[in-house]
Design a protein around this ligand. Structure first.
Ligand code: TXA
Ligand code: MG
Length: 302
């Protein structure tokens, strides 16, 4: 079923069932080597799935759960095999979402739910129930509509190995700086370059892409493009001062959280309007601004 979390909508199913997890991969058209995040209602339930629970995991979980944080931990033998590439992975990705509907669902189900974002593979993650419905349609029987999601992009994925440094595998709803503050020592930020084996397998695919091409533009270049290309659409900061039917304004340049909240919905809406190209203004890469720019770059590949 499709359900809201505070980040994006998820497509959830019993993480211990091979058939249920296979149905998720089929509905999304997702490559089978890309493992799923397992969602549970509480920190205590998350600990049950891990083979070890390092002090850094405890600190991060206490600071950010329930919330937009996913921990990649050593996996307890047999825990949610279907979500961990058929049991071949030594790790498991676990998250305790804070959205009240997600919490109620997890508590009622009483089982861990494997849930990727509820989009067709390669499309922007859905931040509204209708977006998930547009992508997945009748392949999914139940949609829980909790209104627009609050954060608007996915959870921050953080690997906490039994030994060695903590590593941020995917930027997301918790800023990198906040992770570092809680860990209290240097945190690695992995960005998988082409050809490397990415630590979060999902990062190697083109992502978050609408049908119209997406291009990142420096603030200085925007106005001239706006005048030169009457069919192009624009997502720009308040300070840029553009307006009109082909312009969307998520917020100020400094307000990464507002950009995160609006980005995917705006990409989808402009895409439905069949623009030739969607230009997105480059904003400062601090706080959630870094995660926003990560998603825009991925959307603009290819
Ligand atoms: O906010 C979110 O995280 C949303 C909501 C629904 O919870 N879920 C989500 O799931 O974004 P998905 O499947 O779209 O992205 C999960 C990412 C992928 O890049 C995947 O490769 C990575 O997490 N991942 C999952 N299990 C992993 C593991 N054991 N080790 C490393 N990366 C893992
Ligand atoms: Mg996804």
């Amino acid at each position: 079923m499709v359900f809201p979390t505070e980040t994006v909508y998820g497509l959830g199913a019993d993480a211990t069932s091979k058939a249920a997890v296979a149905a998720i991969y089929a509905a999304k058209g997702r490559p089978s080597d890309n493992p799923l995040i397992v969602h549970v209602a509480s920190l205590e339930a998350a600990v049950q799935l891990a083979a070890s629970w390092p002090a850094d995991a405890e600190a991060l979980a206490r600071a950010f759960w329930p919330g937009p944080l996913t921990l990649v931990l050593p996996r307890k033998a047999g825990a949610c095999d279907p979500a961990a590439a058929g049991g071949t992975l030594a790790t498991i990705a676990v998250r305790v979402p804070g959205h009240p509907v997600a919490q109620a669902l997890l508590r009622a189900a009483g089982i861990p739910l494997a849930a990727p974002s509820a989009n067709t593979s390669g499309r922007p993650s859905p931040t509204r129930a209708a977006d998930a419905r547009d992508d997945l349609g009748r392949a999914v029987a139940v949609y829980l509509d909790g209104g627009p999601t609050h954060v608007g992009l996915e959870s921050t994925v953080v690997a906490v190995p039994a030994r060695g440094p903590v590593e941020v595998l995917r930027l997301g709803g918790i800023p990198f700086e906040a992770i570092e503050r809680v860990v209290g020592k240097a945190v690695v930020r992995t960005s998988a370059a082409a050809g490397e084996t990415p630590a979060a397998p999902g990062m190697k695919y083109r992502h978050y892409a609408p049908v119209a091409p997406v291009r990142l533009l420096a603030p200085e270049a925007l106005r001239q493009r706006y005048e030169a290309e009457p069919e192009a659409a624009f997502i720009v900061a308040t300070e840029t001062g553009l307006s009109g039917p082909r312009v969307r304004v998520p917020g100020s340049r400094a307000d990464g959280a507002a950009w995160a909240h609006h980005l995917f919905a705006m990409l989808r809406d402009l895409d439905s309007a069949r623009r030739t190209v969607i230009y997105v203004e480059a904003i400062p890469e601090a706080g959630l601004g870094a995660a926003v720019m990560d998603r825009v770059r991925k959307a603009s590949q290819g």
